[in-house]
Design a protein around this ligand. Structure first.
Ligand SMILES: Cc1ncc(COP(=O)(O)O)c(C=O)c1O
Length: 468
């Protein structure tokens, strides 16, 4: 076991100071009502709190610290660039780090993707993709095309369009009046598939994808600009992905109705699932790829919108360019950091590591079925998820479903020295619980074993606390 003491019972838990949300300096906190542990440093796949307790970061910060914490190579690249040129406006000037970084991204993306539009977050990457899709149709004379079809459950970000497209009640309900109602279809993921018991295979994949055709016909194909989907879903459905055949049929439908296929790889992209991009697990080429999180490894806020050549070409003839942009687009300092992160990934062959250690970790996660409140274990590469239920047969959520269960899991994980990512709200409006397991892509099998041991200890304690 690790050098951190594994407590036998909660009374042996290490001292862990927390600070109320009301006392976080001048911060307007994420929640005034919560108590926060202060994290003071990180190294590799571990972080430490202010009391010196060590935690295995099983969620890579927020599924973004893909190369691990505290990499001096990245710090050095940042320092050098900031000393040379920290900022210049991309509206008025070109800058060398952005040119070098986007060239490297073009090598990393699938064939046919030659450009990257750089922003500061995943939400902005998705807003950019939707506007790019809209303007693409506009420039081709299809001025009525503007609607975007999305899926339930899903998460595409917290800004206006990105949240309007998200099927995530826990993050949306209170803000709902702010958003337009966009057409949606089900995510068609096997565990809670509306058409089969999960074993429907390719035929069911095609049937689920056909929901998109119906939505396009209902809206009027002349009004639909794009379809957006996470190839492997993140916080909204813990690493769930559709049946085989699904994305192939989606591609056919998009082609038939001149609808652009946007893949949201904000979490799944940049190697997390064991391919450079998750959509590469299937033989499908999207029209636009969006990403963020692992792009910068957490070392700077970066997001990117990568259009296929056939989309970019339409903009080549547009005199006033893409009608979008932010002050921090193509920020030189962030670009230098992103470049250093991709170089680190390349040097250490981290996509292959995500594939290899991910397969090992996925197999070991099967052990979690020994807990009767574990309903499903799933995922690809180092993007894994566990769904919790009261009854495996009916898949009924736990009575404690929601904040009660999710904070029990998170706090118990901290007691056991592991950081989890409980989320949910994907069943019947706002019930259902799951956790992501998304460690840095740098972990090896020993660290994967430690992660499993700590999750076992966590699940044992959680199981003992549930009302069953
Ligand atoms: C799939 C997906 N899309 C979009 C977003 C939004 O990204 P950001 O939080 O960087 O705005 C997230 C963030 O969790 C995500 O997981």
């Amino acid at each position: 076991m690790s050098d951190r003491q594994m407590p036998d019972d909660p009374s042996d838990a290490p001292h862990r100071e927390t600070t109320p949300g009301t006392e976080l300096g001048g911060m307007f906190p994420r929640a005034f009502q919560k108590e926060y542990v202060t994290i003071t440093r990180g190294d590799g796949h571990f972080v430490w709190d202010a009391d010196g307790n060590r935690y295995l970061d099983a969620i890579a910060g927020n599924q973004n610290v893909n190369i691990g914490h505290g990499r001096t190579e990245v710090a050095e690249a940042a320092r050098e660039q900031i000393e040379t040129l920290e900022y210049t406006s991309s509206m008025l000037f070109a800058n060398e780090p952005a040119m070098a970084y986007t060239e490297r991204i073009a090598e990393f993306t699938p064939d046919g993707f030659e450009h990257a539009w750089l922003v500061s977050s995943g939400s902005e990457a998705n807003e950019s993709a939707v506007k790019m899709a809209r303007q693409y149709h506009y420039e081709r004379g299809n001025t009525e095309k503007y609607k975007v079809v999305s899926r339930q459950p899903s998460y595409h970000g917290n800004t206006g369009i990105a949240m309007a497209l998200s099927g995530f009640p826990a993050r949306k309900t209170k803000m709902q009046p702010l958003f337009d109602d966009w057409p949606t279809i089900s995510a068609g993921t096997p565990y809670r598939c509306e058409h089969c018991d999960g074993d429907g295979g390719e035929a069911c994949g095609v049937r689920c994808a056909d929901e998109l055709e119906q939505a396009i016909l209902d809206e009027g194909p002349e009004t639909v600009a794009a379809f957006i989907a996470e190839p492997v879903t993140g916080a909204a459905n813990a690493a769930a992905f559709p049946h085989d055949g699904y994305f192939e049929r989606i591609r056919e439908i998009c082609d038939e109705y001149d609808v652009l296929f946007i893949v949201d790889e904000v979490m799944a992209g940049f190697g997390r699932t064991g391919e450079n991009f998750a959509i590469e697990h299937w033989d499908v080429t999207p029209d636009i790829i969006t990403s963020a999180k692992g792009m910068s490894g957490g070392y700077s806020p970066i997001g990117g919108t990568m259009p296929h050549r056939r989309i970019a070409e339409v903009f080549e003839d547009v005199e006033d360019g893409f009608q979008h942009g932010h002050t921090y687009c193509f920020n030189p300092a962030s670009a230098a950091i992103g470049n250093a992160v991709l170089e680190y990934m390349d040097d250490k062959d981290l996509v292959a590591n995500a594939r290899d250690v991910g397969a090992y970790l996925r197999e070991r996660c099967e052990e979690f079925y020994e807990y009767d409140f574990v309903g499903d274990v799933r995922g690809k590469g180092l993007m894994l998820g566990v769904e919790f239920v009261d009854d495996r047969e009916t898949k009924e959520p736990l009575p404690e479903s929601g904040a009660e269960f999710q904070s029990l899991l998170f706090e118990t994980g901290l007691d056991e020295g592991v950081i989890t990512y409980p989320s949910g709200g994907h069943v019947a409006g706002d019930r259902g619980d799951h956790t992501l397991i998304t460690p840095p892509l740098t972990i090896d099998r020993d660290a994967a074993d430690e992660l499993i041991d700590r999750m076992h200890a966590t699940f044992e304690q959680v199981g003992a606390s549930l009302d069953r």
